[in-house]
Design a binder for this molecule. Structure first.
Ligand code: SF4
Ligand code: SF4
Length: 311
């Protein structure tokens, strides 16, 4: 294992795969969203497949490769070979040293995920401070699962609060309670993902059952410290039944959460699967129709909870 692949997140350094400024979908107002790499779930519809593994990864876009071959000699494990018009990449042999990236002028080879210091990430977040104050926005930690890097995520939330910024944590909920507890001290709003109310269906779609997720949500709400919005990615044939959404709405009503956002499944992340060498398992899955989304939103609002339809 080389230095890049063997590195770990710490309280001062985190593995981030993207930072998005002027974000308006990840909490109130104008926000900067910091995307953490690493996730305990394996959702079949994941639109950010590059967020899943907790280490930097090699991206290869064949359409950008002109077959020049400069990357071949720098690859010690012989993972790259000549192909028809472009290279062949054998990911079984690749040890993720990422040395080939420097040899590639066309950006056919790139990495996703880099370690950043707390100072660097905070500096990026502070760039738009005036916009946050004018729009009641702030900083959102998303991913992947931000709390998969608990020390760094908590320190970033804390640093944001020390600078007077509003903080939002977008979480899968699949996190040990002790980890949540520390992070919640510095969190204003929690965006809490609920994928399915049935434990076995949840396992089938995400790789884990939902007990811990539902238990953590109950504890967060009981703590009365944080505002909570539930988010449901609506996936055709998986969780879009009126019965399932009714159960979400009943829980939201019982827990008195502020809002339920229904997120329309889309295929925008699909091309990323090839680039990162993952198989896309939802071939030909249609997004839910507007009528379906509206009917599901109506189910939620009929329980007295604000419902929104988002992407
Ligand atoms: S990252 Fe690039 S150079 Fe390193 S082993 Fe993989 S293909 Fe070879
Ligand atoms: S260096 Fe880049 S453009 Fe050249 S063969 Fe390798 S991947 Fe293709």
């Amino acid at each position: 294992m080389n230095d890049v692949a063997g590195k770990r997140s710490s309280e001062d350094e985190g593995l981030i795969f993207s930072t998005q400024r002027y974000s308006i979908h990840d909490g109130p107002g104008i926000r900067t969203t910091v995307f953490f790499k690493g996730c305990p779930l394996r959702c079949r519809w994941c639109s950010n497949p590059e967020s899943i593994n907790p280490y930097p990864e090699l991206i290869f876009r064949a359409a950008r490769c002109d077959g020049c071959g400069r990357c071949i000699p720098v690859c010690a494990p012989l993972a790259i070979s000549k192909g028809e018009g472009c290279i062949q990449l054998n990911r079984q042999k690749c040890d993720r040293c990422l040395k080939c990236i420097d040899a590639c002028y066309t950006e056919a080879l790139e990495s996703t995920g880099r370690y950043y210091s707390l100072t660097e990430v905070l500096g990026e977040c502070l760039k738009d401070e005036p916009f946050y104050h004018n729009s009641e926005g702030g900083v959102t930690l998303s991913g992947g699962e931000p709390l998969y890097q608990p020390a760094f995520a908590t320190n970033l939330l804390k640093a944001c609060k020390e600078h007077g910024l509003h903080t939002t944590l977008d979480t899968s909920g699949q996190v040990k309670w002790e980890v949540f507890e520390r992070a919640l001290s510095y969190t204003d709003l929690v965006l809490y993902d609920i994928k399915h109310m049935d434990p076995e269906a949840h396992r089938e779609g995400t790789g884990v059952t939902n007990e811990l997720i539902l238990e953590n949500l109950q504890r967060i709400v009981s703590g009365k410290r944080n505002r909570v919005w539930i988010r449901v990615p609506v996936i055709t044939g998986f969780n879009d039944s009126p019965e399932n959404i009714k159960k979400v709405a009943d829980m939201a009503s019982r827990l008195k959460v502020e809002k339920v956002s229904l997120l329309t499944y889309h295929e925008w992340g699909r091309t990323k699967y090839d680039a990162i060498g993952r198989e896309y398992s939802l071939q030909n899955m249609a997004p839910p129709s507007n009528e379906t989304m509206e009917a599901l939103a109506e189910k939620v609002s009929s329980r007295g909870i604000e419902a929104t339809i988002d992407y």
